[in-house]
Design a protein around this ligand. Structure first.
Ligand SMILES: C[S@@+](CC[C@H](N)C(=O)[O-])C[C@H]1O[C@@H](n2cnc3c(N)ncnc32)[C@H](O)[C@@H]1O
Length: 330
């Protein structure tokens, strides 16, 4: 039967929601198959202004696939995940601070009806430099270490900066937090796994410290390739470093941070004993003493020295190997 308002010569739409109105006449006409498709989601953009929760919600659409196993290794208050639907992947939150994890567990313990499954994260207390996961078991690792060598009461109280970074220089933070955590991520991520790292440039004693340059460089030394960079201006919290400068202002206050997206492209080769098959890329303890061998051996047996190499304190893998006593100094 023809729809009362259908245009002559056209089929009547099945339901009113199948119909579209002519913008000029207001007449309804049947929707084309194209129009019946759900609207395409908004593309994810690189530059974000807003809250961390909104930033992660957008980036998660791009980076986290359905069914992924995701570990946020610096959970704190879990602000990152407050706007991301948690139904399509498994999230594990960990932090070194027991109080944070106890609070998180209490917050997410919601009573449910029998048989009703509410997606919620799993929690554990863990150090991001020694993660308690099986090797090559995770799809995504998220790191947001305390990144300022100084800070005000807000950073200290909210982000645990004082307990984590007390007495540390910018270089210390890069080495002890970023490098060692990325080193660990390279072990527990599956090949081609995704790594999201939050960081911020700093000013230290009047000098620029370009984390946006240092972090990708360190990640590359650990086998990661940079996929994307999301500059971010926080519209919540203070978000400015340094907040006060004595005398004339020399450098711009930093009102932006970065979220880096890396993928594990060259996982460090596991060391195995015995001769590799002909043509095998496997490194052996008895094999040659090339760069790949030294890198793998440092990574697994001398992670602290390797972190120093990644942070640029030791300028080559051979210098790191000498430091660790793997090769003799002449
Ligand atoms: C900047 S906050 C993370 C904020 C978090 N992304 C959020 O959305 O709320 C940094 C967190 O890293 C934790 N942390 C510091 N050192 C750590 C370590 N070695 N291992 C694990 N977590 C650590 C601190 O306890 C703090 O909770």
């Amino acid at each position: 039967m023809a729809h009362p308002t259908a245009r002559p010569g056209r089929h009547a739409p099945r339901t009113i929601s199948d119909a579209r109105a002519d913008p000029h006449t207001g007449d309804l006409f049947e929707a084309t198959p194209h129009a019946l498709q759900p609207p395409a989601p908004e593309p994810v953009k690189s530059l974000h202004r807003g809250t961390n929760a909104e930033l992660i919600r957008e980036v998660a659409r791009l980076v986290i696939a359905d069914g992924d196993l995701v570990a946020d290794c610096t959970w704190n208050r879990g602000v990152f995940w407050r706007k991301t639907p948690l139904g399509r992947f498994t999230l594990v939150g960990s932090d070194l601070d027991i109080a944070m994890i106890t609070t998180a567990e209490a917050r997410h313990r919601v009573p449910t009806l029998p048989g009703v499954q509410v997606p919620r994260p799993h929690f554990l207390v863990a150090d991001f430099t020694a993660l308690p996961y099986r090797l090559q078991s995770l799809d995504v690792v998220v790191l947001d270490p305390p990144y300022t060598h100084t800070g005000d009461a807000f950073d200290h109280e909210w982000y645990g900066n004082l307990s984590a970074n007390q007495g540390m220089t910018h270089q210390d933070i890069l080495r002890e937090h970023y490098c060692r955590a990325m080193l660990e991520a390279a072990k527990v991520l599956k090949p081609q796994g995704q790594l999201l790292v939050k960081g911020k440039d700093e000013i230290e004693h009047g000098h620029q410290r370009w984390s946006h340059h240092e972090i990708p460089q360190a990640a590359a030394r650990c086998g990661f390739t940079q996929v994307d960079l999301f500059p971010f201006e926080s519209l919540a919290g203070p978000g400015l470093f340094p907040r006060t400068q004595r005398g004339r202002q020399r450098q711009a206050q930093k009102n932006h941070s970065y979220l880096f997206h890396f993928t594990l492209t060259a996982p460090p080769l596991p060391l195995t004993r015995g001769r590799p098959r002909k043509g095998s890329p496997r490194t052996t303890l008895n094999g040659d003493r090339g760069k790949a061998y030294l890198q793998a051996k440092l990574l697994w047996q001398h992670p602290q020295v390797y972190a120093r190499y990644m942070a640029g304190e030791l300028d080559s893998v051979y210098a790191a190997a000498r430091e660790a006593g793997l090769v003799k100094t002449r």
